[in-house]
Design a protein around this ligand. Structure first.
Ligand SMILES: Nc1nc2c(c(=O)[nH]1)N[C@H]1C(S)=C(S)[C@@H](COP(=O)(O)O)O[C@H]1N2
Ligand SMILES: [Mo]
Length: 513
């Protein structure tokens, strides 16, 4: 290898390092500024949110299928990797031709500004973090790359290289400090959690009965019939969880109504509260999946709020909107019939956790979350399905989203190896707002046997089931299917989650030693 080639390769590495450290400082300072002026305007968050909204449905479905509730972490890591490549490339290009790399990083800054300003609920300073990022990236990149250019025809010597290294490392270190300080500042401004913790829920005017003693079979490995808040699945499009202060919250009910109604937090709390056990399920839940949970919700029936506004007889849908712009379209009959469709403020005896919709969300028994369970809800627009569409229904998911009759095997685990002899097979079954009449299990395509059902809390909740099995050594398959109260048998026909929910029998392989 010639000296010249060697120099070129080192030069390339150095210019890549210049691009990287300039971008790192830019991101760090931008996150710091965002943390202070407007946490939801963080460039990472707004670009991530923009990507989430722009992504085609198949990409989102794949992300949820691959990463489940870790989809957001995967997205952030993905953006960071792309940024690393672009930043290094910008450094290299800037070295070859002055201005090219700066234009690339400047364009990223513009992208961050635009993405921040078009977010629903963008504040007055949403543009600032992106501007800071763009300016810092461009200026620092140009300063660093200038140090790589030979002065007056002299090739850089060892001393120049050392100085360049020190500068680059210093810039990167400053970026790290900015990121850390930004995180600390963000923690300090996250006072909504303190507001939440100080809240005391009102008692229910109509409390739910105690969970029946026979509802919990107490089998190890089986999902508990009431899902603790900390274990409750979380699915939403919010990269930064909306921080909504109850003092600033209100719900506007408008559209095809006799009179517009606006309800504040205090007015909501003054209404009689209803408690209800409801199992919430995600339409993206695969057969055998875990995007489902059951909680005791506290709230005001949506029908009572709609009655205050007076619903037009021509309306057939309510479009609910969240503080961050997400929307869901719910068939109006599910909100006006006698089911416990709630505007919920409590979950398992606590104020809603922030990531589950604090301070107020919707919960509707019998419907998948995407058409009913709007978190951080701020508006109900009474309208018609032929006039408006919602977040997921504009992306190919079905207008109507009734939860399908489903069952799943929790014990033994898929692929688990168990000892021969007396064994227990157990799982969950659900058909919210209809109810489960039975569950059947078969081994190795043999005859169906009726499992024992635990006591259901209500037709709106899932129910545990179990069956004894004398396991003989060898490889076996175990399958289950549920029977609903209205006489339906869970279909064997498999279907993917899109467009209206997965179906088919859950089948697992088990090896018996
Ligand atoms: N604001 C908002 N509400 C939302 C969503 C969302 O993306 N944003 N996702 C819905 C979907 S698809 C589901 S399955 C449920 C999940 O509620 P959880 O996260 O409390 O389990 O919330 C619903 N409400
Ligand atoms: Mo969902």
């Amino acid at each position: 290898m010639t000296n010249a080639m060697h120099a070129t390769r080192e030069d390339t590495l150095r210019s890549a390092a210049a691009g990287l450290s300039a971008s790192f400082l830019a991101v760090g300072l931008a996150e710091l500024v965002a943390a202070v002026v407007e946490p939801s305007a963080s460039p990472f968050a707004v670009i991530g949110s923009g990507l989430i909204d722009l992504a085609p449905s198949w990409a989102k479905d794949t992300a949820i299928a691959l990463f489940g509730t870790g989809d957001k972490v995967a997205l952030i890591v993905g953006i960071a990797l792309v940024l690393v490549v672009v930043a290094a490339g910008a450094g290299i290009l800037e070295r070859r031709r002055s201005g090219v790399g700066a234009v690339i990083l400047g364009a990223l800054g513009v992208l961050a500004v635009v993405a921040a300003m078009i977010r629903p609920g963008a504040g007055p300073f949403a543009w600032l973090p992106g501007l800071v990022a763009g300016l810092v990236a461009v200026i620092v990149l140009r300063l660093l790359v200038a140090r790589l250019r030979p002065v007056a025809g002299l090739r850089p010597d060892g001393e120049d290289r050392r100085r360049f290294l020190i500068w680059t490392a210093g810039v990167a270190a400053a970026g790290a400090v900015a990121l850390i300080v930004g995180n600390v500042a963000r923690g300090a401004t996250r006072s909504i959690e303190a507001v939440r913790e100080a809240l005391r829920l009102p008692t229910a005017a109509r409390p739910a009965a105690a969970v029946p003693a026979g509802a919990e079979l107490g089998i190890r490995g089986l999902a508990s019939v009431v899902t603790p808040n900390a274990d409750f699945y979380r699915i939403d499009t919010a990269l930064i969880v909306p921080q909504v202060d109850p003092a600033d919250w209100s719900l506007r009910i408008h559209g095809m109504v006799d009179r517009e109604v606006e309800i504040t937090w205090d007015q909501l709390l003054a209404m009689p509260m209803q408690e209800s056990d409801v199992t919430l399920a995600c339409v993206s839940n695969e057969v055998g999946g875990s995007l489902i949970g059951n909680a005791r919700w506290l709230g005001v029936p949506v029908r009572e709020l709609l009655a205050r506004a007076g619903v037009d007889a021509e309306a057939d849908m309510v479009l609910s909107t969240s503080a961050d712009g997400f929307t869901a379209s719910t068939p109006i009959e599910a909100l006006t019939d006698d089911r416990d469709a709630l505007l919920a403020i409590g979950m398992n005896g606590e104020p809603l956790p922030i990531e589950h919709g604090f301070p107020v969300r919707m919960v509707v028994p019998g419907l998948y979350g995407y058409v009913s369970a709007t978190k951080w809800v701020t508006q109900l627009e009474v309208t018609r399905f032929d006039r408006a569409k919602a977040y997921w229904t504009t992306r190919g998911w079905s207008d109507r989203g009734p939860v399908k009759l489903q069952s799943r095997i929790d014990v033994p685990r898929r692929g688990q190896s168990i000892p021969a002899g007396d064994a227990v097979i157990a799982g969950m079954a659900w058909h919210q707002h209809v109810g489960i009449a039975g569950v059947e299990v078969r081994i190795d395509d043999g005859p169906w046997r009726a499992a024992e059902l635990a006591t259901a809390i209500s037709a709106d909740t899932w129910v545990q089931w179990s069956i004894d099995w004398v396991a003989e050594s060898g490889a076996h398959s175990v399958e289950c299917r549920a029977l609903s109260v209205d006489g339906e048998t869970q279909t064997a026909d498999p279907a993917a989650p899109a467009p209206d929910g997965a179906q088919g029998w859950h089948r697992i392989d088990v090896s018996v030693a």
